[in-house]
Design a protein around this ligand. Structure first.
Ligand code: AMP
Ligand code: MG
Length: 424
């Protein structure tokens, strides 16, 4: 559940329309709390399950490993025969290979050469590393100081038969694929991928391949959105550019909601003459909130249109990216049904450039994070920080996160940095 609304510090302008600006962390928590994950499942081959979300829990039908085995290359013997002091010699009567166990009995005074992963012969319970023995013809000589059971992996050490291997909602990464393979599972039930419809709004927008007329620009947001969404486990439905009219906007909402679990749009959420997105959501859908105390980024429309979750991002290209990463991406992760194991990663870095910042909004400036030979992190601004200057993103490798109350940042000050690695 979302936390109760914390009051905003002075300097945060409350917005018109009767909605107050929300703190970003609260907006994010509210959105995530209101998301119902997809529930339908499908079965896929294990390799194709990479990045997918497990549809139900998986219990093991076998012990992993299935047999008691050696953790080292060495010699298997009975602990009862280990010397308390001095040395003891053992006759080597055979070899147990991984996948080819030793057959025969091991009597007193005897041992078996054993390889890593090989089954321990019945009468043995301890493995002496080969580096710790001295060879003497067909015998090995062992000194005191070893202990019973050493270098032995019991059957079921990794996972016991019947034990929970992976919980429902687990994100399947390489380790989970390997774990499922170790159980002999070749097909997995995963949640279906959410479908996300995308459109851009704006009479000034042209698609690639079209001629630019006076005052027109190419639609870049659909491409950054395509890139950002493609990194998530969602199916993207591209609905193109929508004109700034009430009718076209409503039609686009309806088309999107008929086929998608979520709708992500850019532009048309301000209070300009030609901004119909918020209006359409207010009239025909349900609006959660639409103003967040962040920069770049406010305003943002979040709500529902029919059964679909709706995210109306601002039009400025940098605002689209910042609001996507800070609000939409965590929400879409929740929509996939994934129990996200990764906390957001931030590091502290010494800022080498002066950053201009007014108190009142949490800012996501773009920067270059570097690691010095002594291990210290430094960061500098990636240049002009205008919300429309996409170069500030493409020249950057991190967000510099400046808290709500923060004013200008002087060079040499420590700042919080969120690397793009793992995020974008
Ligand atoms: P809006 O939020 O619709 O008022 O748009 C804010 C600014 O972002 C305007 O300068 C728009 O021209 C620009 N913009 C809106 N949508 C896009 C887009 N899809 N690609 C590039 N720029 C856009
Ligand atoms: Mg517009």
């Amino acid at each position: 559940m979302a936390k109760p609304h914390e009051p905003l510090p002075a300097g945060v302008d409350p917005c018109d329309h009767g909605h107050k600006a929300l703190r970003l962390d609260e907006a994010r928590a509210r959105i995530i709390a209101s998301i119902t994950p997809v529930a339908e499942r499908e079965t896929v081959d294990l390799r194709d399950a990479l990045g997918r979300v497990l549809g139900g829990e998986v219990r093991s039908g076998v012990d992993v490993p299935s047999h008691r085995n050696s953790a080292m290359d060495g010699y298997a013997l009975a602990a009862a025969e280990l010397p308390r002091a001095g040395t003891a010699a053992f006759e080597v009567i055979g070899t147990s290979w991984a996948g080819r166990p030793f057959v025969g009995d091991v009597a007193r005074g005897q041992c078996v050469r054993i390889m890593t992963g090989a089954t321990l012969p019945d009468a043995t319970d301890t493995v002496i590393m080969q580096e710790h023995v001295r060879l003497d013809g067909t015998r090995v000589v062992i000194e005191a100081g070893h202990h019973a059971g050493q270098n032995v992996r019991p059957a079921g050490e990794d996972i016991r038969c019947g034990e929970l291997a992976l919980g429902a909602g687990t994100l399947l990464r390489p380790a989970q694929l390997g774990l499922l393979a170790s159980l002999g599972i070749g097909q997995v039930a995963v949640l279906r991928r959410p479908r996300v419809a995308v459109f851009s709004t704006g009479d000034e927008l042209r698609s690639i391949g079209e001629e630019l007329g006076p005052g027109q620009i190419y639609d870049s947001n659909r491409y950054t959105l395509h890139g950002m969404l493609s990194r998530l486990q969602v199916e993207v439905i591209d609905l193109g550019v929508v004109a700034d009219t009430r009718e076209a906007t409503l039609r686009a909402f309806e088309t999107a909601a008929a086929q998608a679990d979520a709708i992500v749009t850019s532009g048309g959420v301000s209070v300009g003459e030609a901004d119909y997105v918020t209006e359409t959501l207010e009239r025909h859908g349900r609006i959660g909130f639409w103003k967040v105390a962040m920069k770049p980024g406010k305003p943002i429309a979040f709500g529902r249109f029919g059964p679909a979750f709706f995210f109306g991002l601002p039009g400025n290209p940098v605002s689209v990216m910042v609001t996507f990463y800070q609000l939409v991406q965590p929400a879409l992760r929740a929509l996939t049904g994934s129990i996200d194991p990764d906390p957001p990663v931030t590091v502290r870095a010494r800022c080498e450039t002066r950053l201009r910042k007014k108190p009142g909004r949490q800012e996501f400036q773009r920067g270059m994070l570097e690691r010095r030979p002594d291990g210290a992190y430094t960061v500098h601004s990636s240049g002009h920080q205008g919300a429309g200057v996409l170069r500030s993103m493409s020249d950057a490798n991190c967000f510099i996160i400046l808290p709500l109350e923060q004013g200008d940042v002087e060079p040499g000050t420590e700042v919080e940095v969120q690397p793009f690695a793992g995020l974008v």
